[in-house]
Design a protein around this ligand. Structure first.
Ligand code: AP5
Ligand code: MG
Length: 213
């Protein structure tokens, strides 16, 4: 099963993608997480990606597409995957479609997690992320057992650099301009499914599993 998660920054793509990956035993692939891991390791890719991410801009397609295609070519992707944060532009979606078509393959579901802009800024300031394993929490809605510490690996939790309110507003603008057109793209492909992302995390997941089966 190959799934694409769509939705504004902070809609809950990562939260739901991790739950999907666990339930269906497929890898969760987040281009944002790949970039953040590179930033942490101080690689050249990380350095370049950071200059865009800190401004809330998209990393250029050439760079992003190569990373994603390399990742989905790995053995663990043979039975499918859930993509979180990719594609984010129409050209990215087209490259993915063409690459899959060459193998006689396709994306099965594009799930749009719908959350209005008003809810987003509030959500982001409460998000805490684990720098080591990528787990995500929310100080009110999804708190860790011990404040500031990751339940899964015991590392410190941080507020992401790009979760400052002014950067979030820019990310939302970029989302509406460059990523939202993918809703029409996948509607035309006949695979778009929309879920309400404003309800409880468990209820969003229930809507998704009723779609995926
Ligand atoms: P990326 O890491 O993908 O960030 P994003 O799309 O902005 O999305 P987020 O990770 O911020 O939000 P999310 O939807 O995953 O929400 P989450 O589950 O954490 O990308 C970062 C940057 O990398 C981009 O800006 C860009 O520069 C670059 N980049 C990445 N991919 C790229 C690409 N393909 N092309 C070009 N550039 C790219 O949830 C948010 C918070 O809400 C959490 O605290 C969570 O606990 C809470 N929450 C979740 N669900 C609920 C709920 N139902 N109710 C209450 N709270 C909830
Ligand atoms: Mg995410």
């Amino acid at each position: 099963m190959k799934i694409v998660m769509l939705g504004a920054p902070g809609a809950g793509k990562g939260t739901q993608a991790k739950m999907i990956a666990d339930k269906y035993s497929i890898p969760h692939i987040s281009t944002g997480d790949i970039f953040r891991a590179n930033i942490k390791e101080g690689t050249e890719l990380g350095l370049e990606a950071k200059s865009y991410m800190d401004q809330g801009k998209l990393v250029p397609d050439e760079l992003t597409v190569k990373i994603l295609l390399d990742r989905v070519a790995k053995d663990d992707c043979a039975n499918g995957y859930v993509l979180d944060g990719f594609p984010r532009t129409i050209p990215q979606a087209k490259v993915l479609k063409d690459a899959l078509e060459k193998q006689g393959d396709k994306i099965d579901f594009a799930i749009d997690v719908d959350v209005p802009d008003e809810n987003i800024v509030k959500r982001m300031s409460g998000r805490r992320a684990c720098v080591t394993c990528g787990a995500t929490y929310h100080i009110e809605h999804v708190p860790p057992k011990k404040e500031g510490i990751c339940d899964k690996c015991g590392s410190e939790l941080i507020l992401r650099d790009d979760d400052k309110p002014e950067t979030v507003l820019n990310r939302l603008k970029v989302y509406h301009e460059q990523t939202q057109p993918l809703i029409e793209f996948y509607t035309n492909e006949g695979i778009l499914k929309e879920v309400d992302g404003t309800i409880d995390v468990k209820d969003v997941f229930a809507s998704i599993t009723s779609i995926l089966g």
